[in-house]
Design a protein around this ligand. Structure first.
Ligand code: MN
Length: 210
């Protein structure tokens, strides 16, 4: 059984960027449903998984689309909660240098990230990823996840499904992404992920199943 990871902060901690109502619906309803569906699909199939990461990759490799959708969404949301923090921060160290190399600075990354997320058609995710020590911005559709891409470490992730912002921003995805990037992006977490990408530490792992 996989657990639904708790938010690493209070439901109201990300206000005014994200409301407590939105966080409750997003975590307690949307994310919970994905985790419950993964557990049900595994139980129905009499199947166990060593980790959520292994399950996502196995489902992708075997073309098990329904299981991939549920497990990918379970993993992406757990990672997404870590990518936000009520503590305002800015990139430093190796991550800051990599941002300068790839985007000419934090403003360049913001423009690229907001543009990618705002232009992404329909449901999905906007990512900062590292590959070979260099950063790039991508988006993925539906439940697709950067952890099934060879040699890629996810650094930062924002949910651009409508359920991630509609309660607070209506149709204004771009406004949501700008406030998200400026106000609650968790650069301490992004730095730890980038260190893992460079071989220092293992990076984020979904809580192991019981
Ligand atoms: Mn979501």
């Amino acid at each position: 059984m996989f657990i639904l990871p708790d938010l690493p902060y209070g439901y109201d901690a990300l206000q005014p960027v994200l409301s407590s109502d939105l966080m409750h619906v997003h975590h307690d309803k949307h994310h919970a449903t994905y985790v419950n569906n993964v557990n049900k699909m595994l139980a129905d199939a009499g199947r166990a998984a060593a980790s959520m990461e292994a399950l996502v990759r196995e489902a992708a490799a075997k073309g098990e689309q329904k299981l991939f959708n549920q497990s990918g969404q379970a993993w992406n949301h757990a990672f997404f909660w870590e990518c936000m923090s009520p503590e305002r921060s800015a990139p430093s160290g190796e991550l800051a240098k990599a941002i300068d190399r790839a985007f000419g600075g934090l403003d360049g990354l913001k423009t690229r990230f907001v543009d990618e997320g705002a232009a992404h058609f329909a449901s999905g995710w906007a990512w900062v990823i590292a590959k070979g020590g260099e950063l790039s911005v991508i988006s993925t559709h539906d439940a697709d996840t950067a952890i099934v891409r060879e040699g890629v470490t996810p650094i930062l992730l924002c949910d651009v499904w409508e359920h991630a912002y509609y309660l607070d921003y209506k149709q204004d995805r771009k406004g949501f992404l700008e406030k998200w990037f400026d106000g609650i992006a968790n650069w301490r977490f992004a730095e730890a992920q980038f260190a893992a990408a460079l071989g220092n530490g293992q990076g984020y792992r979904y809580p192991a199943p019981s």
